[in-house]
Design a binder for this molecule. Structure first.
Ligand SMILES: [Zn+2]
Length: 357
């Protein structure tokens, strides 16, 4: 455990997002605020790291998020714990913000090994546990059906089918029992009281934690400083309009202090939440306009995706790009800005109505 020598805080956070700390090396816990450790772990993706937080409960730690569920990350955890990297104190409980593999991946393994309670919202737990257990043909079929409607090429359909359930390898078996968190709950950890604020759209019921006393927000993936969280329509998702839900869900953070320290799940801690909220809203407005412009002529979701995203996407990125494209199309449809019809071959065709946004 090392102290960050020089917090980086320059510039005006009322005009731009300002970094509040320098990034420590991977797998090297550092103190980011009194009683809060910041642990960066590697991810096997283009987004190459995740931030975990450890809240000091005196005789143990509350761990917030856990890292990807692969063997490499398991080995890193084993090494950290064997070396007593957390001031020699054990993990006491785990809170997972949402079901995505980089957050939930190691939770089951750590909970079983140390007999720890796991705190999650009901929907995140149900979704993670369901997807981790799902080896059904129907699961694959639901994805293929969505891909077909979107007009993906036969070659891509084939490759996506072969991939199977891509969620399972990234998540160790999810515990069969948890402690439920709900919006508005008080969660006491790290010597302070955190208000549970539930973010939606990126995942169904993500926990974010706000301490008024400490003026700190643990923001999960909801309020990333520079990249925007994927907001996608997934074949197994219960959300009809994820983008509308996401945009509505971030309004709750307007009420927080302007100088709140945000601890996001990726990149670095920052100040400038209000600026970031404005940027997120502007980004999605512009993205909706772009999507609509691509529908001036009748088009498939696959063609819209090609216009919105660079062409050289790997299979992992393609899944996100397609889900995000569909979320934007569905949001435009609800606003009356595009309509869709199904071609005889089952592929959906989207077209702008010319109605302004
Ligand atoms: Zn996520």
């Amino acid at each position: 455990m090392v102290q960050i020598p020089h917090p980086v805080e320059s510039g005006d956070f009322t005009r731009e997002v300002v970094w509040a700390a320098a990034a420590p090396p991977l797998a090297e816990p550092v103190t980011v605020a009194e009683g809060i450790l910041w642990l960066r772990l590697a991810l096997p993706f283009k987004l190459d790291h995740i931030n975990l937080w450890l809240l000091d409960d005196g005789d143990g730690w509350t761990l917030v998020d856990t890292g990807y569920g692969d063997a490499r990350t398991s080995a890193i955890w084993d090494g950290l714990l064997a070396a007593g990297k957390f001031a020699g104190k054990p993990l006491a409980r785990i809170l997972v913000t949402h079901f995505h593999p980089d957050h939930l991946g190691q939770a089951g393994r750590l909970c079983r090994r140390f007999d720890l309670p796991l705190f999650m919202t009901r929907t995140e737990w149900l979704t993670g546990r369901m997807l981790q257990l799902d080896v059904s043909e129907e699961f694959i079929a639901a994805g293929i059906a969505q891909d077909r409607r979107a007009g993906l090429s036969p070659e891509l359909l084939e490759r996506r089918r072969d991939r199977g359930n891509a969620y399972r390898p990234g998540v160790t078996p999810v515990p069969a029992s948890i402690e439920i968190l709900e919006a508005g709950d008080a969660f006491v950890a790290g010597g302070t009281r955190w208000e549970v604020m539930v973010g939606r759209g990126h995942s169904p019921e993500m926990v974010t934690l706000f301490s008024r006393e400490r003026n700190i927000l643990i923001g999960g993936d909801q309020l990333l400083p520079r990249i925007t969280p994927v907001v996608g329509l997934w074949p197994t998702s219960p959300e009809r309009d994820p983008l509308g839900v996401f945009v509505a869900s971030i309004d709750q953070y307007d009420a927080l202090p302007e100088d709140v320290l945000v601890l996001p799940s990726h990149e670095r801690p920052y100040r400038g939440l209000k600026v970031r909220l404005a940027q997120l809203r502007a980004h999605h407005r512009a993205r909706l306009d772009e999507t609509e412009a691509l529908c001036r002529v009748p088009t498939t979701a696959a063609q819209v995706m090609a216009g919105l995203f660079p062409k050289d996407l790997d299979l992992h990125q393609l899944g996100f790009a397609l889900a995000e494209t569909l979320a934007h199309l569905v949001a435009l449809e609800r606003a009356g800005r595009v309509v869709r019809h199904r071609r005889a071959d089952g592929v959906e065709i989207w077209q702008s109505t010319g109605r302004a946004g």
